[in-house]
Design a protein around this ligand. Sequence first.
Ligand code: PEP
Ligand code: MN
Length: 337
Amino acid sequence: MIIIMRPNATAKEIAAVEQQLIDYGFKTHPIYGETRTIIGAIGDKRLLSMNQMLMMDGVENVVPIMRPYKLAGKELKKDPTVINVKGVSIGANALAVFAGPCAIESQEQFSGIAAQVKKSGANILRGGAFKPRSSPYSFAGLEDEGLKIMANAGKEFDMPICTEVLDTRDVELVAKYADILQIGARNMQNFKLLREVGKCSKPVLLKRGLASTIEEWLMAAEYIMSEGNENVILCERGIRTFETSTRNTFDLSAIPVCKELSHLPIIADPSHAAGKSKYVCALAKGAIAGGADGLMIEVHNCPEKAMSDGEQSLTPAMFSQLMTELSPIAAAVGRTL
Ligand code: PEP
Ligand code: MN
């Protein structure tokens, strides 16, 4: 429920309302405005009704939160969320560009790619140390060693790093090295994992599930936020449809829909959507024109030799050209690159 205090409510009345909610086990989200205070409250309405709250001194009105995603939705928070990671803003006017290989293969490989994508304007490094692979026989990542390689490159190039965490047991370890924890498409509804990253202090990049609706995706964000971690970045990476020309179908409409329903930043991953490098740039441009707050692009120095997702990886030269071509598109929609 949302408790709207009268403009002249006293500090004592506001504190009493908050205390009442806390006493009944509600989590409170007060917004202290210039003219009035609004208190968002999430809890069990069977224990404390809206009518009971309406009777308290200083309360003007009480309205229900209609959407099931109460923290991820816009009813409680209208202003867009901007997440700052080591000096890089995600959700601000300047676009966030995550770039790097699908999998971290060696220090030389990762640092080499990092140097080149930084030169072209990427501001966050991506790379997988724990890889979710469709086949149990495929390369599953360098794990701990991969995290260390990534952290070295992050320091060397002064860039935040983003990497996937696959298992609740690894959250602490991954959070020790990474600046942003990635929840992959296959784990979007791994509720235990969502709760675990929700307890951690690092921002979470939440990829859309392979066959998830936008509502299911926002509910996954809600799981993370309900544990106290409100720094969630949504990432549209394509969904399964009947179409087989691309690896997945990039759902451009998810961007304006999420912007309407949620205050969370949303970026696009055209690499996993397309599955083929030749389509990545067109999708990336469409995503920025459509209002995305940034991109995640897979880049490999030698895609034909990549241990994972080579087919969809851009070379550093292709990435550099994409960044050049993106610039006027970003400017046309009032963003900077
Ligand atoms: C990845 O980012 O390399 C990855 C595995 O992505 P997704 O979870 O979107 O398939
Ligand atoms: Mn990949």
